[in-house]
Design a protein around this ligand. Structure first.
Ligand code: GAF
Length: 392
């Protein structure tokens, strides 16, 4: 937890509004494996990490909603919760979407003030948007005594993203931000919403993220297209196998049997998802057995599928994964998140981290002329209140 960030957000709130707020921390996430599986009812293996958003929130006794993006020094105001509607201010939409979703859940939203700031890199595939949504949802739920449980908050935050940001995301990011556990990764079954925590041994490996620094503009439109392609695949399979409700239920044999009917693109998208679910299962077994080499192979397999069949990677990410593969002590690497830019996630032996960063940065600089930003992340607990004393 960054004490200076908490202090800055807290002071900003006091200066602007002159009363004591509640403080909330909402982390971004990494995902070890299981990409684009969440909206297909499949499996994911994320963790909340020490890149986070800090919120200062207070009920102002009136009807006004006053939002402040501390890092941008921008404000957004609304006369009353009844006026909530998508705006042209993108960052505000994540918060307004949450207000709208809580109202749909019969939470009586009152006027409030909110200042937020953070160090989750934007557009890096680390779910800065989910952190924004979940932090405010948690704060309002607490302050208004609404009594929604964490899973309901995750759903509300996910829906906020659908309706106010236009991205038809799955549940992974919001779940990870809310349910993260210190030192553990969590496997989520995105259909049943059952989850299991696995200890993550940082003595054996570190999680290092390499931020490509690019975000190709296709990202959100292609994301929704992938989702539609998967749904088309399910519609074809359902005609032959009524039990197939989502790609979670499909097998490679079924896809193969109807390859021509699916068409090449939909076939490859669906095959990727079915294989990725199998990889998550295998990866969890390797994790339990402490076999990081085998775990890493699943990560490389995941990247190859995302690159060749799901087609959500890009040259920058592919170069970073190949550069990582060449460094001794790297167990596995792959692109992370929705794709078309953002970060790669790398599992690296602790004693090799420095060499890894130097080597991959040099390759990236030579190939693209870009300075590579890297983050060594620590796995932390999910969204929670920050004791007021931390702000002092
Ligand atoms: C984005 C989405 F928000 C997630 O729901 C998930 O689908 C991910 O892309 C890809 O695995 O982060």
């Amino acid at each position: 937890m960054s004490a200076s960030l908490i202090h800055a957000v807290h002071s900003d709130f006091i200066q602007r509004f002159g009363y004591e707020p509640m403080l909330v921390r909402a982390p971004g996430r990494v995902n070890l494996i299981g990409e684009h599986t969440d909206y297909n009812d499949g499996f994911v293996l994320p963790a909340a990490v020490d890149k986070e958003m800090i919120f200062a929130v207070g009920l102002n006794g009136g009807t006004e909603i006053r939002l402040v993006a501390h890092d941008l020094n921008e404000t957004f105001e609304l006369g009353s919760p009844a006026e909530v509607t998508p705006s042209d201010t993108q960052w505000a939409n994540y918060l307004l979407g949450v207000v709208a979703q809580l109202q749909l859940r019969e939470v009586d939203i009152q006027g409030f003030d909110c200042v937020f700031g953070g160090n989750v890199p934007l557009g890096a595939g680390m779910s800065s948007s989910a952190a924004l949504e979940c932090g405010l949802a948690f704060a309002l739920n607490h302050m208004l005594g609404a009594g929604l449980d964490k899973m309901e908050l995750a759903h509300a935050a996910q829906k906020a993203e659908h309706t106010y940001a236009g991205v038809m995301c799955g549940i992974m990011d919001q779940f990870a931000s809310l349910f993260g556990r210190d030192g553990h990764v969590v496997r989520l079954d995105c259909r049943s919403l059952e989850y299991e925590y696995f200890p993550f041994d940082t003595k054996a490996t570190r999680i290092v993220l390499c931020n490509s620094g690019v975000k190709h503009s296709l990202a959100s439109s292609e994301y929704n297209t992938r989702r539609e392609e998967c749904e088309r695949g399910v519609a074809v399979l359902q005609q032959h196998y009524p039990a197939v409700q989502s790609l979670r239920d499909a097998t490679l044999e079924q896809l193969e049997a109807h390859r021509a009917e699916l068409g090449d693109v939909v076939f490859r998208r669906c095959s990727y998802v079915v294989k990725e679910n199998l990889r998550v299962e295998a990866a969890c077994q390797h994790l339990e057995a402490g076999d990081l080499t085998a775990f890493g192979q699943e990560m490389y397999g995941s990247h190859a599928g995302l690159r060749d069949d799901y087609e959500v990677s890009c040259e920058e990410l592919d170069v970073l994964v190949e550069a990582a593969r060449a460094v001794p002590g790297v167990f596995g690497a792959r692109m992370m998140g929705g794709g078309f830019g953002g970060c790669t996630i790398n599992l690296v032996a602790p004693e090799r981290v420095e060499e890894f960063i130097a080597s991959v940065s040099a390759v990236y600089k030579e190939k693209f002329g870009l300075e590579l930003e890297t983050y060594q992340t620590t796995i932390v607990s999910g969204v929670g209140a920050v004791p007021a004393t931390t702000a002092a």
